[in-house]
Each structure stands twice: as structure tokens, then as C-alpha cells.
Ligand binder design. Structure first.
Ligand SMILES: Nc1nc2c(ncn2[C@@H]2O[C@H](COP(=O)(O)OP(=O)(O)O)[C@@H](O)[C@H]2O)c(=O)[nH]1
Ligand SMILES: [Mg+2]
Length: 255
């Protein structure tokens, strides 16, 4: 398997690009904050949504064996259709495709992949929410229905699903960007509980995150948090690939 693939699905401004950039900084470990992708202030208003991935590099300048695909989803006006999400997860949509809010991708589109293989599929889906108002991602019947639809379809395919809860630094004034006590915070524990409850995703799969947003220099705690979350995502993706590959059970196993 050349690369593990994960898909970030979340509203505009939930912090998808920031998570990518924070991960890039943490992996490269150059004592400076990298901004490989511009965090556009106007991201909430951009009209087109592209299906994209970009390489992440390690300290040794090797490309990480993980591709993070970014896709705006759920109830954004310009959000991606459930059909398209399914097609992405099944590996039918290629990098660079521009979503059409009015209709799913056509089979004759040059970005449509006719016969996807395991390497083209999404191996882990990451729902991205803002810790300040995680419920917003599912507010309204339409969004909730789309979420439940996607979640159950992915569940049938055994695709691992986690929630990345960004902006935990904003939950408690005293926590702020010093996230060293993140895992001791009662407030964050309550938030994780609540998100686990309404998404019906296990609490261990709700990943708290704080991205670089206004810092001038990186700090170890944020780097560790980003790397821990990346590792969790890669482990799940790897498990999925392992389970989906054709393997023969040991002889006599089913006797
Ligand atoms: N305080 C704080 N702000 C964040 C965090 N993650 C993202 N942001 C800010 O939220 C805004 C939207 O982030 P962006 O990554 O562009 O969201 P996207 O539209 O999902 O790609 C930007 O102003 C970011 O600086 C975080 O963990 N903490
Ligand atoms: Mg973005």
C-alpha cells in the first residue's frame, strides 16, 4: 500500500486546513511554524470546493505515508453531496476534482476513477468539529440525516470513523494555548462525553485538538497532540487496510 488515505469532513472554518498545517509543523520539527496551505480568512465564503490532498514531510524530508484529503461537508450550502462522499470513500474521485453543489460527479468526468482499488479508497474518515459548538456541525434535520446516512454506510463497509474536535484551547480561558493540562480538564472531558453522545461515536475516538492559529513559534505540547492524533488516524487506517486485504487464514483455522 503506497499511502494510507484519510478524509476530513467538516464545515467551513472547523479547522481542517489548520489541522493539516499544524501536522506539517509538528512532523517537520524545524522550530518554526509552517504554513504550507494558506488559511484563507474568507474560507467560509469560498464558492468552489475542491477535493485535494498535499504531501506532508517528516524531519528527514520523507513524504509521510498518509494522504489527508479535505472535503467540506454536511450542511454547508456548498457542502458535498452524500453521494459524492460515498464515491470518495470508495475511491472513485481523483485529487483535483471540483465539487458541483448541484449534482454528484458524472461517470464520464475525467476525475472519475472507474475501477478503484484498495489503495484508492479512504481508510479512515475524520469528522471535523469546532469544540466551541460541536453540535453546529449537525444542526438541523438535513445535516443530521446526512451524517447518520454517511455514518451507517461507512459502518457497513467497516471504515473507521473518528471525530477531530478542534479549538479546545477556546473552551476554557485558563487553558488557552497552554494545553499541557488538556487531559486533566473536567470541561474537556465533559465536551468529549457530549460529542460521543450525539455522534454515537466512542469517546476514545473523539480526538481533542488545538491547532496553531496565532502563535509565532511552535510548542511541544501542540506538536505532541498533533502527532498523537495523526498516529491514531494512521493506526486505524492501517487496521482497515490490513483487514480488507486478501489474506488466507492459517490452514486448519476453520476446522
Ligand atoms: N483558537 C483556535 N483557532 C483555530 C483552531 N483551528 C483553526 N482555528 C482558526 O479557525 C479558522 C478556520 O480555520 P481553517 O483551518 O481555515 O478551517 P477550514 O475551513 O475547516 O479549513 C482560522 O481562523 C483558524 O486560525 C484551533 O485549534 N484553535
Ligand atoms: Mg480549509
Amino acid at each position: 500500500m503506497p499511502y494510507l488515505n484519510c478524509l476530513l469532513i467538516g464545515q467551513a472554518a472547523s479547522g481542517k486546513t489548520s489541522f493539516f498545517n499544524t501536522s506539517a509543523t509538528a512532523l517537520k520539527d524545524e522550530r518554526r511554524i509552517l504554513a504550507p496551505l494558506t488559511v484563507l480568512k474568507s474560507s467560509g465564503k469560498s464558492v468552489t470546493t475542491k477535493f485535494e490532498t498535499h504531501p506532508l514531510y517528516t524531519k528527514k524530508d520523507e513524504a509521510l505515508k498518509l494522504r489527508i484529503f479535505d472535503c467540506r461537508g454536511l450542511h454547508d450550502i456548498q457542502g458535498v453531496k452524500t453521494e459524492d462522499v460515498q464515491l470518495i470513500v470508495d475511491g472513485h474521485i481523483k485529487h483535483g476534482y471540483t465539487f458541483n453543489p448541484a449534482s454528484p460527479i458524472s461517470h464520464s468526468d475525467p476525475y472519475y476513477r472507474e475501477k478503484p482499488e484498495l489503495k484508492d479508497m479512504i481508510h479512515c474518515v475524520v469528522y471535523v468539529v469546532n469544540a466551541e459548538n460541536p453540535g453546529l456541525a449537525l444542526a438541523g434535520e438535513a445535516a443530521e440525516k446526512i451524517f447518520i446516512d454517511i455514518k451507517s454506510k461507512l459502518g457497513e463497509r467497516h471504515v473507521p470513523q473518528v471525530v477531530l474536535m478542534n479549538k479546545v484551547d477556546r473552551l476554557r480561558a485558563s487553558l488557552g494555548d497552554d494545553i499541557s493540562e488538556l487531559f486533566q480538564s473536567v470541561e474537556i472531558k465533559k465536551k468529549l462525553d457530549a460529542v460521543a453522545n450525539f455522534t454515537n461515536i466512542l469517546e476514545m475516538n473523539i480526538l481533542p485538538m488545538s491547532n496553531y492559529h496565532n502563535e509565532r513559534v511552535p510548542n511541544t505540547n501542540k506538536d505532541i497532540l498533533a502527532l498523537t492524533n495523526l498516529k491514531t488516524i494512521m493506526d486505524y487506517a492501517n487496521d482497515f487496510v490490513y483487514n480488507a486485504s486478501d489474506r488466507n487464514a492459517p490452514s486448519g483455522f476453520y476446522d
